[in-house]
Every structure is written in C-alpha cells, then in structure tokens.
Write a protein that binds this ligand. Structure first.
Ligand code: GAR
Length: 198
C-alpha cells in the first residue's frame, strides 16, 4: 500500500516486540510496514522470526568494531538509508546509541522500555519495581533522545504487580502489554507523520 511508513526494527534478542510490530504492519490498513530488521547480536532469536515473515534481517555485529561505536552506527545508518527507512523502532535493542545516530534520527526513532518511565530507566526495571513495593508496573514507548530512556513519552500501559511476582513473572506480564502497546503507538505515530526523511 503506497504511503505506508517504512519501519526498521532494531533488536538484540528474542524479538517478541518485533514480531508484534511485523504482524501489525501486515494488516491491510496499517499505516506502516516493517521493511528491515537489524540485530547487533548474531544469535538473536528474532532474526529467524523476521526471516520467516519474509522481512530482510541483517546482523550488524558490534563486536568487530570494538570500542568504535561510531563506525558500528555508521554501518547501521547506511542500511537504514539503503532500505529507505523512514521510522526506526528499537525493540529490545540493548546498545546505547551515540549522539550521532540519535540526532540523525531525531523525531523518527522510537523505543520501548519495560517500566512506567520516568520510573526505572536503564537496567532491571522489574526487580526495582518489586523492591520498591510498587502496586503497578508497565511499559512506555517514547521518542529516543540522548538521555537513556528519557525522550518524550508517546504511550504507556499499566499492569498490576502481584504479591508473588518475581522479576521474571512480572517481565512476562509486562511484555504481553508491550505487544499491544507498541503496535498501537507506532500506528498512531505513523498515521500522523507525513514528513519523509532527507
Ligand atoms: C522488552 O521487554 C523490552 O521492553 C526490553 O527488552 C525486552 C525485549 O524483548 N527493552 C529494554 O529493556 C530496553 N531498555 P523482546 O526481544 O522479546 O521484544
């Protein structure tokens, strides 16, 4: 369908959010389609899921680049350009980005984080929510800015914390909420954005 935003998904692992985005983008009236998946981890389970869905799935391993984050990001940026990507969705991409890539994609790069930001940015949000005695946890989709998990919030979903939750059981429940939230927020974002990249 012409006019659909061309979305790339960046992953590092299982790719369950990526799979939800791919499926949503295949709906006849979707305002976006996933045209590319990039993983920094060659063993990411999401790569096979993307391939099975017929989506080009590239590994751009960060390890050969050593400490040269800029060179690794330049390789990613080149592929985003090659595939005509208009919006980038980070989905369990576990690398910090440099200001270079963030500024290049400013306003066109989204991330999902498994907490009710601004609570618990960074690592181990589920364990921190449980340790704090929170009655609610959840997930947030936000625009990516230079600060970690700090960008403008586009949407959130809340889930209850149960008395016997472990970080793992809470993560599983939050992830189900992520699978509904991320496609909905990305759809809304792509439906209202008409600007195209440079
Ligand atoms: C998701 O819960 C996502 O929110 C989280 O990693 C998981 C990836 O799962 N992301 C972060 O923690 C980023 N700070 P998935 O690979 O199955 O989508």
């Amino acid at each position: 369908m012409p006019g659909r935003r061309r979305v790339a998904v960046l992953i590092s692992g299982a790719g369950s959010n990526m799979a939800a985005l791919i499926a949503a983008g295949q709906a006849a009236d979707a305002p976006f389609e996933v045209v590319l998946v990039i993983s920094n981890n060659p063993d990411a389970g999401g790569l096979a899921i993307a391939e099975a869905a017929g989506i080009p799935a590239l590994t751009i391993d960060h390890r050969p680049y050593g400490k040269d984050r800029a060179a690794h990001e330049q390789a990613i940026a080149a592929m985003l350009d090659e595939y005509g990507v208009e919006v980038v969705a980070m989905a369990g991409y576990m690398r910090l980005l440099t200001p270079w890539l963030v500024s290049r994609w400013a306003g066109r790069m989204l991330n999902i984080h498994p907490s009710l930001l601004p609570l618990y940015p960074g690592l181990d949000p589920h364990a921190r929510a449980i340790a704090a005695g929170d009655s609610e946890a959840g997930c947030t989709v936000h625009l990516v800015t230079e600060g970690v998990d700090e960008g403008p919030i586009l949407g959130q979903a809340r889930v209850p914390v149960q008395g016997d939750d472990t970080p793992e059981t809470l993560a599983d429940r939050v992830r189900l909420a992520e699978h509904a939230l991320y496609p909905a927020v990305l759809s809304e974002f792509c439906a209202v954005r008409t600007d195209r990249p440079d």
